[in-house]
Unconditional design. Structure first.
Length: 713
């Protein structure tokens, strides 16, 4: 791993000129701070600059992919610095201008990076007030600041602006943990919903994405792809492709590509290439994958262990043993992976749709055998990421081709390439043994998860005897010893692992509530001591207008809750199930979240709505069908994502909790979607679904099995 930095304190003034610069130290704030200190000991996590013109520039390693952090980060700075939002300029995800950052994922920007950013602005305000005190010749205690202007209390005409104080200055300061942040009662900018800073660009089409970048002399690259994962090239004939005028052919190690100044000609040339491949035997498919995962995941390791599980087994009045399954899911972002790379005078510049500009820079530097300081990654807007724009293979491909050809190169994946080359949310299995005592309370919880990881697995219910175990990789490593858990690449997908774990946990809770003859909400409250979760559950029930009933009631109403990214979330849904076809129509969803201080209420609600809508996909239809390394779904003709006609009436409730710092908002709501729809389907039909997605065929099968079971009971 490189020890170079994006920009150091000593060199920053070469970029910004003069002014007042606040560095945000990694120490108490940064994500994985200890790793960052070890790798980049001289770097900082963000820079905040007050320029001589009075404008404030924030240099942040985070990126904007539709989640709204461009605006919310600016709001936090405007609040603590006491400036107008319009006076802030944001520079995001540029490795030559911004400080090192691990990447934008995990709903971490606001809850982990936000406190540091606010502290930097508060520190800057403190420095400026000190300068203002000297300029106006009064103690700091007599000063007030508003919209970047410092004045004397009771003497508004005696004033000085931030720009005046910054003029000719070359002042630097580092934030420490002592910066005093404003309380929620003092907020003027945070807690409001201003127009998004990127709104005009995006609605007018002016916003630039990686595939929009054009450079003089740029070539468009098409890369020869294997027809299935694990295939090896045995014969290559490029003669027909080379007959096209202006074609550049690259054959370099594992990289075979054709390039042209016209993307359509490049695509035509690729069709003319004749290639034979040796195909591996298909050892697993969409149906046998679950047995394969459990068999090859190894012995589960304890994540949590409390109480006496053996004694609880003996003392339980009723035991429940269930297995839950979920298939592979594609990210299917509207914007496919794209990158443009140019190498000039030994310096590589890459414009990439990436969530991880700095790790991507380091990977490219290693492959091109360049010093990381000679590689720059610039991140334009992203048209959706959801964890899928972390690996950035397209950026590496573009950089390699630019180095080989000596010309700027764009690589933009087609939709079939996207479905084939992207990492998938891993298929997973969860096995649960749970029990009730004589009082109808949960007495034991024995939980084993395979290939989904632990996120969302730990129980927030008050259960005395608990064992949680995890096994199996959530990533793909073809070089690891022994059988691979997955037949192709997998990786993070919005709320990685939590969608599967919450589906299993909350389905099992619902199953036990039914067996106990209790209303699902009452059963949860009976087994909950967590005050935040209880408030959120009550809030969603009140907003929904919920009335108690033991499931299955025939109403088609479901409930699920989750604790994710520091946020407590509860969702209720109403569905209608067509018994003849098995099709589910989601009529209404109500979601309540306690996410601490809400920086931007409209933005938070949009994230909730987006999570619920996206969640309908993994819940009802989204599943990659495959046979060995052959991906059978490579476009939206067979891989179905949510459509406008699916979207129900969605209501959001932000549970006020200004005593808690802002928490994650991008992922929590999606974690409950699978479970809440499954529980609503059960309430409507009495049929319990144990596998995602809950396709119409699987719902019909579950209904048929229920009828058979009822006859034989």
């Amino acid at each position: 791993m490189s020890t170079s930095v994006g920009i150091t304190r000593r060199s920053l003034f070469k970029v910004v000129g003069g002014g007042i610069v606040v560095f945000i130290g990694l120490g108490p704030f940064a994500t994985r701070a200890q790793d960052a200190k070890r790798i980049y000991p001289e770097d900082f996590n963000a820079y905040l600059v007050i320029g001589e013109n009075g404008r404030v520039t924030v240099f942040s390693g985070k990126i904007e992919m539709g989640q709204g952090v461009l605006t919310s980060q600016a709001q936090m700075v405007a609040e603590e610095l006491s400036v107008d939002l319009a006076s802030i300029d944001m520079v995001l995800g540029d490795t030559d201008k911004c400080p090192w950052d691990m990447g934008t994922f995990g709903s971490l920007t606001t809850r982990m990076f936000g406190p540091a950013l606010r502290a930097a602005a508060a520190q800057a305000r403190k420095v400026l007030l000190t300068l203002g005190s000297k300029e106006l010749d009064v103690p700091v205690a007599k000063l007030v600041v508003r919209n970047g202007v410092i004045s004397i209390t009771g003497q508004p005409n005696r004033k000085v602006g931030y720009g005046e104080l910054s003029r000719g200055a070359r002042i630097t300061t580092v934030v420490d943990e002592k910066a005093v942040l404003r309380s929620a009662s003092e907020f003027r900018v945070m807690g409001t919903s201003p127009k998004r800073l990127d709104a005009v660009e995006k609605v007018t089409g002016a916003a630039k994405y990686a595939a929009d970048i054009r450079l003089p002399g740029m070539l468009y690259g098409c890369i020869l792809r294997a027809p299935m994962h694990g295939a090896t090239l045995t014969l290559l004939d490029t003669s027909d492709a080379e007959m096209l005028q202006g074609i550049t052919l690259v054959k370099h190690s594992d990289l075979v590509a054709v390039l042209h100044a016209d993307p359509e000609v490049a695509a035509l040339a690729m069709k003319r290439i004749k290639a034979n491949w040796s195909m591996p035997e298909a050892m697993v498919d969409s149906e046998s994958i679950y047995q394969h995962i459990v068999r090859n995941s190894g012995e589960p390791k304890n994540v949590s262990n409390r109480g006496n599980l053996a004694a609880a087994h003996k003392g339980a009045t009723r035991l429940f043993e269930s297995s839950y399954y979920k298939g592979y899911v594609a990210h299917a972002a509207i914007e496919p992976h794209a990158a443009v790379a140019e190498i000039k005078n030994g310096k590589a510049t890459i414009w990439a749709s990436t969530q991880t500009p700095f790790p991507t820079r380091d990977r490219i530097a290693k492959i091109l055998e360049l010093d990381p300081k000679n590689v720059r990654v610039i991140t334009p807007f992203l048209g959706g990421g959801f964890g899928g724009k972390s690996a950035d293979a397209q950026a590496v491909e573009a950089a390699r081709l630019a180095q080989i050809t000596g010309k700027p190169v764009q690589v933009a994946w087609t939709r079939p390439e996207e479905f084939f080359n992207d990492t998938f949310d891993p298929a997973a299995v969860v096995k649960i043994i749970s029990g009730l005592d004589q009082n109808g309370k949960i007495s034991l919880w024995d939980y084993s998860v395979y290939a989904a990881g632990e996120r969302g697995a730990d129980s927030f219910y008050a259960i005395p005897n608990v064992r949680i175990r995890s096994a199996g990789r959530t990533t793909y490593d073809p070089t690891s010893a022994g059988p691979s858990v997955h037949p192709f690449a997998v990786g993070p997908w919005r709320a990685p692992g939590a969608n599967m774990n919450v589906f299993a946990v909350e389905s099992q809770i619902d199953l036990m509530a039914c067996a106990a003859g209790m209303d699902p909400l009452a059963f949860r409250l009976k087994n909950l001591s967590d005050a935040r979760m209880r408030r959120v559950l009550q809030a969603v029930a009140d907003a929904f207008g919920y009335t108690a009933a033991v499931a299955p009631s025939g109403r088609g109403v479901g409930l699920a809750c989750s604790a994710d990214a520091g946020t407590c979330v509860a969702t209720m849904a109403e569905v209608k199930v067509d018994i003849a076809s098995g099709k589910v129509k989601v009529l209404r969803m109500v979601c309540a979240q306690d996410m601490g201080i809400v920086v931007n209420p409209d933005g938070a609600k949009m994230q909730i709505e987006g999570g619920l809508t996206m969640g309908l996909g993994y819940t009802l239809t989204e599943e990659i069908r495959f046979r060995g390394g052959d991906i059978l779904d490579r476009n939206f003709d067979s891989y179905r994502i949510p459509q406008f006609s699916w979207v129900p009436r969605i209501e959001t409730v932000l549970v006020k909790n200004d005593e808690l710092a802002p928490q994650g908002g991008g992922e929590p709501s999606i974690t409950t979607t699978g479970a809440v729809i499954a529980n609503a389907v059960f309430d409507a039909t009495g049929a319990r679904l144990f596998r995602l997605p809950m396709t119409a065929e699987r719902i019909l099968q579950a209904i048929a099995e229920k009828k058979v079971s009822a006859k034989t009971a």
